[in-house]
Structure formats: structure tokens, C-alpha cells
Design a protein around this ligand. Sequence first.
Ligand code: ADP
Length: 234
Amino acid sequence: TTKQLIMSEKLAAIGEITAGVAHEINNPIAVMQGNLEVIRSVVGEQAEQAKVEFQLLDDQIQRISLIVTKLLQFAKPEEFAGFVDRHAPDMVIADCLPLVQHLLAKAAIEVRLENTAERLVLMNRTELQQVVVNLVVNAIHAMPDGGRLGIETRDSTRGGRPGVEIVVSDSGVGMDPEVAARVFDPFFTTKRQEGTGLGLSISQTLVTRQGGTISLASRPGEGATFIVWLPEAE
Ligand code: ADP
């Protein structure tokens, strides 16, 4: 429809501008990082006294750098497209868990894994990991006082097409319908400082590029369930 066309043109324009700005920001970040290193080595011993401050600068510069990377990935996903291969989803999930282990432990979250998928999916491994980690980190954020995290894989045929579902569910704060309707919008976040609002938008781009879908079910106070469906690798 015309509305969809205007929307996709708008998104393309946002993408172009975002990519330009992100590239511009990359240079000053590199300069700051380099100079920070120089200052640290020049002040030598005394750098110890300002350890906390140096660490703070380091962390914040890295945070900006990560946001810029995410912006670029959102704006120019095709430049980030990596080598696509066949994967057993549960193997990819097993790789993801160590990355979030410290967060799970800190928030006292109980994890339940259930892997019954036997089919393989076709995707870039890092990208599939990124999608899963994104969903898991969001789930952890939704459970600041602890709770249950479920990660499940199962074979699932949709519209006659064999595929696999990866289901990430939490017992967290959940979402009202207005929020749920917007979570895949680029830059939509309810996390103020901590959020970029790009996680789910990028995840959706990566999954749909492989012919898959990503959907959710949630109610306020009753947690959220995200379902990634990917077609079986031929
Ligand atoms: P970010 O995490 O940077 O905010 P995302 O695109 O990953 O960006 O998520 C967008 C928004 O969707 C979040 O700010 C939050 O409001 C909502 N959201 C995502 N996952 C969950 C979840 N599991 N439970 C509750 N809300 C969620």
C-alpha cells in the first residue's frame, strides 16, 4: 500500500542519515580512545590514583562505540551480512549462555532449557547469537527482582514450510499492548539511558532476511514470550 511505501522510504532515509552520522562519530571516538591511552602512559604511576576516573572514561567511550556500531548495523544491515551456514539452534543457544551468565546470576534468575528441535536453520552464526542474546538480555532487564527465564527450541511447520521455533520467555514486568505494538520500531525504548531501542529492530531485520519471523505475546505483569521462527535449511 501507499502507506507502507511511504514508511519504507522514510526508514530508508533514516537509515542513510543514521549511517552518515554514525560514521562521523566514529572518528572522534577513535581520537578520544587514542589520547586516553597516551595520557595514561604519560602520567604513568599517577594514573593509579585516577584509576576510577580512567575506567569511567574507558567505559563511556566504549559505550558510545557500541551504540555507533548498533546504529550502523541498523542503518546498513547488508554491510554487516556475514557468512551463512547451517546450525542446530540449541548449539547456538549453548554458546550464548556463557555470555549472559553473570547477569543471570546477579539477578537471581532461574533458567529452564528445553531443546527438542532436530532441524537445522540457515543463518550467520554470530547474527543468530546476537538475536538470542538480545532476547535474553531483554528478558533479564524485565526481571530486576529475579524470576524464570525459559529458552526452548522446537521443530515447527508453518504454512506447510518446515522450520524451527526458538522461544524465549520470562516472568518479568511484561508489556501493555501500546508498548508491545512498538517494540520492533527502531529507537523505541522504555529504558531511557540504558536503551538504544535498536535490539529488536535489528533482530527483526536479521531474522526476516533469512525468511523467518519474530513475534511476541505479553501482558502487563505477566511476563513476555518472544518466538523466533526460522525456515529449515535445505
Ligand atoms: P532496548 O533494549 O535498547 O530498549 P529493544 O529494541 O531490545 O531495545 O527493546 C525495545 C523495548 O521493548 C524495551 O525498551 C522494552 O520496553 C520492551 N521489551 C523488550 N523485551 C521485553 C521483555 N522481555 N519484557 C518487557 N519488555 C520488553
